[in-house]
Structure formats: C-alpha cells, structure tokens
Design a protein around this ligand. Structure first.
Ligand code: FAD
Length: 306
C-alpha cells in the first residue's frame, strides 16, 4: 500500500511528488509521457528556467526526485476507483496498486483548428497562449484563428504584442457589424476566406493559403479552440467539473471526493507551468498534512480531563 499515488508526471505531478518525497511518504508516480507542451521547444515565463526546453525541464525534475522515496512508472493508468478509504489503481498492463491518497495531475489536451498543416507548425509558430509565446512573436505579423466571435477577444489581446494583427474567420460569417467596427477601430484586419492550408518551412509559418488561391503572408498564428481533459480518470472517480471542463478544487487542491486531490491544468486555475508546479506543491503539502492528522496518536477522551 502506497501513501500516495500521483497520476501524471508533468510539472504538477513532479512537484507534488517532490514535496511528498521530502515528507518521507511512500509515493508512486505514473506517467504516460504526453505533457501538454510537448510540441514546444521553449518553456517561457518560468523564473530561472525561462526559455528552457520543456523536455529538459521534465528530465531535470525526474532527476531531482531520485534521492526521494518516489517510484516512477512510465505507463498509463487505465482506471482508478475509491472504496472503503482506499484508492485502487489499475495500470494499462493490468497491474493493481493501492494507496491511501490519490493525486490527479493528468493535464489537458488542446482542441486544434481543422486546418491542413497545423501540426507541422504547432509549438514553433502556431500557439494558443500569448503569455507563453507572445513575446517571441512581438512586432511580427500575427494571425489569429477564430471561426466564431471568440476570435475577437484574442485578436484584440494580440495588439499588446504587435500592431500587425489579422483575424482569419476561415470561411465563416459570424461577425456582426459592431464587431467589424470594433476590429477596424483597433486596427485589426479581417480575412474571411476559407483556409486551404498553412505553408512554411521547418515549422516556421510563411503563408496562410486560402481556398480561393490567395496566399496571405504571415509569420505567427494564435488560436483558442478550448481544451479537454487528457484523461477520463476524474470523471471515473466522480469529480465535479466546472463549465469549462476542469475539476472543481478547493484551496488546497482537494476535490469533492475524500482523499482525492487534483492539481495543474486538469484543475481550475491559470494554465501555465509555474502555476501547475505550484498547485502540485500545494497538493503535496495538503496530502501530507491530512496523513499526519490521520496517523496522529491522540490522548483518549477520558484521560484528557484528569
Ligand atoms: C504548445 C504549448 C506551449 C506551451 N508553452 C508554455 C510556456 O511557454 N510556458 C508555460 O508556462 N506554459 C506553457 N504551456 C502550458 C503548459 O504546457 C501547461 O500549463 C503545463 O504542462 C501543465 O502541467 P500539468 O502537470 O498540469 O500537465 P501536463 O504537463 O500536461 O502533464 C500531464 C501528464 O499526465 C500524464 N497523464 C495523463 N493521463 C494519464 C494517465 N491516465 N496515466 C498516466 N499518465 C497520464 C501525461 O502523459 C502527461 O505527462 C504550453 C502549452 C502548449 C500546448
């Protein structure tokens, strides 16, 4: 029986495992090896590690865990249940493990626009988070993908990083007259043609080719199509979700299920590496404190008043 099983070895799961290891807990961490930012070559906005390759970040994190009582298994977890104060976890190979507490740090996966060539550029010159990649895109021509009115907000936001912003609506016509006036007032161009494909070299976008044959020169594309849970374990365990599809958690990452914690992108908060790592640390401390409370010997009630 483990004290804690952590599912997910991204920044949230690794940082939780570190705090739990440092608290001398017996920890088992599972990881499927698919962190959300695996398409990217630089992890930005993390003090002391700004611009570090995300793979290196994970490797360093895992190396730092070696001195603690953390066992790591590179395999997906297929199912998890809670019964009689224990979590029962089955890995994809059918092996069963048990723990007193469970932490889900399984992350999210992004919904991608259905545009040919997208994957070739994703993480290099196609991005979704301006706080992660806006600085590197500064003063370049920036395209924003938005089939409906949700693109308006992102196009306006990107003016923070460049004066040259164009909203591509990919053949849809959902913008109202007031929207078009607002975009024009803020110097944002609108291209309504249906996109055929993205063109460029070595992951760097050069043109957005339209079905009508036009090729619009662009260097960067931002999109915002939402995201979904990478794993269905939260649903399987009966977690409550917000309307945005992330798990509702309390101040110390507790879910609505006793003993089950959720940290990182899978839970409610800003989705960045440093926030995920911080939530992992919070969950690690909270889990350890819960275990301390459960294990503490107490003076029997009758002796207390003697
Ligand atoms: C292209 C891109 C670029 C980004 N750039 C930045 C950036 O520059 N700066 C920044 O701060 N943020 C960036 N982000 C956001 C960042 O990736 C996330 O905020 C961060 O990865 C969240 O960490 P996490 O630990 O919650 O989840 P993740 O890093 O997604 O890790 C989750 C882990 O859980 C594992 N897992 C899932 N289900 C299971 C299962 N059933 N069994 C076992 N393991 C499982 C996955 O394999 C994965 O390894 C970027 C995101 C993307 C998509």
């Amino acid at each position: 029986m483990y004290d804690v099983i952590v599912i997910g070895g991204g920044p949230a799961g690794l940082n939780a495992a570190m705090l739990l290891g440092r608290s001398r807990r017996k920890v088992l961490l599972f990881d499927g090896g698919k962190p959300r930012n695996r398409w990217s070559r630089s992890m930005n906005g993390f003090l002391t590690s700004d611009g570090m390759n995300p793979r290196e970040f994970i490797q360093r994190g895992r190396a730092e865990l070696e001195k603690y009582s953390v066992e790591i298994k590179d395999i997906e977890v297929a199912s998890a249940t809670y019964s009689k104060g224990q979590f029962v976890v089955n890995d994809a190979g059918g092996t069963v493990y048990r723990s007193r507490k469970l932490l889900l740090a399984t992350g999210l996966k992004d919904n991608w626009p259905e545009v040919e060539g997208f994957e070739e550029f994703y993480g290099r010159s196609v991005h979704h988070c301006p706080y992660c990649d806006g600085w590197e895109s500064r003063d370049k021509p920036i395209a924003v993908y938005g089939k409906d009115r949700s693109g308006i907000g992102q196009a306006l936001a990107m003016k923070n990083w460049s004066d040259d912003v164009t909203l591509f609506t990919d053949g849809t016509d959902k913008l109202q007259r007031a929207d078009l006036e607002l975009l024009e007032l803020n110097g944002i161009k609108v291209v309504k043609g249906k996109i055929d494909r993205l063109e460029g070299e070595d992951g760097m976008l050069q043109h957005i080719a339209l079905k009508n044959g036009e090729r619009v020169p662009q260097q960067v594309l931002f999109f915002s199509e939402g995201a979904r849970q990478q794993s269905d374990l939260g649903e399987m365990l009966g977690c409550e979700f917000t309307s945005k599809g992330v798990v509702k958690t309390r101040r110390k990452q507790q879910s609505n299920i006793p003993g089950l914690y959720v940290a990182g992108d899978a839970a409610r908060d800003m989705q960045m590496v440093i926030v995920a790592a911080a939530e992992g640390a919070k969950a690690g401390v909270a889990i350890n404190m819960d275990l301390q409370q459960e294990d503490r010997k107490r003076v029997p009630e009758a002796e207390r008043h003697m």
